[in-house]
Design a protein around this ligand. Structure first.
Ligand SMILES: O=C(O)C(=O)Cc1ccccc1
Length: 339
């Protein structure tokens, strides 16, 4: 008798060949070799679609870019967390984001080394007048762009694409040979291979350690029955070799009395009291309440199982719309990068 195969479906910002695709493979590679398991990677049309597809059960997991070591937060992803986990979404986002509570949570993180390349059919880089790439890339390659005077906005058009792989694909649609000599893309070596366009200059990123941290969204076990997901993997240090035993929590909230002195300080005191070590703090505009802000905080716990719960109870009177977006084990790569 043959047992049914387990199929794990994984969404990422498409098309194939993006850094998000690399993040998805990095997260699920070890499951590919497991008997009776198939991993199916499903490109999504946008980062927003990566969220909706997990919510709807179209995929079991999705990888979304969250922050980069050179240019910081991926604000689009933060805004999607805001739209899903608070009521402070823009009207247009509210139409896209279902009014249901999110049935997904952050279940792990992946650090992906990002090496950008200038990809083009052009023979002479100084003749380039049009470059395609994902908007996140421009500020990761400032030095290179300046060195080749490609940062001259009068001479050179920098055109945003929905992904880096799409930027390379665009080069294939340039049929005029003269135009081809003037057009380039910045993307990964994988995108160059997939679309068969040569790398003219490799490693154009400003910092050799350029790294993007991706978060993996997965079904929230509290909603598994309703979500139609087939898989609920447990990314603990025992089950996932890339995982350390240090637990992170990503929280979101709005401050309740933000005209009072020290209201943020009162909140931070609670993290201190419960040994929840603050790692990041970020704000995004709360769209429907002008000049108020949605806070995102990441804390490490000190291995005290009830600390988070007790802290959340004490935060409740100080904040609005407190949510735990995810609790997950820190990737081992994080510690390797510190050494
Ligand atoms: O466009 C891509 O390849 C993405 O996955 C988004 C992105 C862009 C630049 C750095 C990391 C992720």
């Amino acid at each position: 008798m043959t047992r049914n195969k387990r199929v794990i479906t994984v969404g990422y910002l498409g098309p194939p060949g993006t850094y998000s695709h690399q993040a998805a493979i990095q997260q699920f590679k070890e499951y590919e070799s497991q008997p009776n398991t198939d991993v199916v990677y499903k490109p999504q049309k946008s980062i927003g679609a990566c969220f909706t597809s997990v919510q709807d059960g179209a995929v079991d997991y999705s990888l979304v870019p969250f922050e980069n070591s050179s240019n910081g937060q991926v604000v689009l992803t933060y805004d999607l967390f805001r739209d899903w986990f608070t009521s402070s979404a823009s009207e247009s986002a509210k139409k896209v984001v279902s009014t249901d509570t999110p049935r997904f949570t952050v279940i792990s993180e992946q650090f992906v080394p990002i090496h950008h390349n200038l990809i083009t059919f052009a023979d002479d880089v100084t003749k380039i007048t049009k470059i395609y790439s994902h908007p996140q890339v421009w500020t990761q390659c400032r030095r290179f762009l300046a060195e080749y005077e490609l940062d001259n906005n009068i001479k050179v058009e920098k055109l945003d694409t929905s992904s880096t792989s799409k930027a390379v694909e665009n080069l294939l649609h340039v049929s005029d040979p003269e135009e081809r000599q003037k057009t380039a893309a910045i993307a990964s070596s994988t995108a160059s291979e997939i679309h068969n366009v040569p790398i003219k200059i490799p490693s154009v990123e400003d910092f050799s350690g350029n790294t993007t941290r991706f978060l993996c969204l997965g079904p929230d076990s509290a909603y598994l029955d309703q979500s139609g997901h087939q898989a609920a993997l447990n990314f603990t240090p025992d089950t996932n070799s890339g995982t350390s035993n240090q637990k992170m929590h990503l929280l979101t909230f709005l401050i309740k009395r933000n005209d009072d002195f020290g209201s943020l300080c009162d909140i931070l005191e609670k993290f201190k009291k419960y040994n929840l070590n603050l790692q990041t703090i970020t704000t995004r505009p709360s769209i429907d309440k002008p000049w108020q802000y949605v806070f995102f905080v990441e804390v490490w716990d000190g291995h005290e199982p009830d600390a988070l719960k007790a802290c959340l109870a004490e935060l409740e009177p100080l904040v609005f719309e407190l949510s735990v977006v995810g609790s997950f084990y820190r990737s081992r790569r994080f510690f390797e990068m510190l050494t």
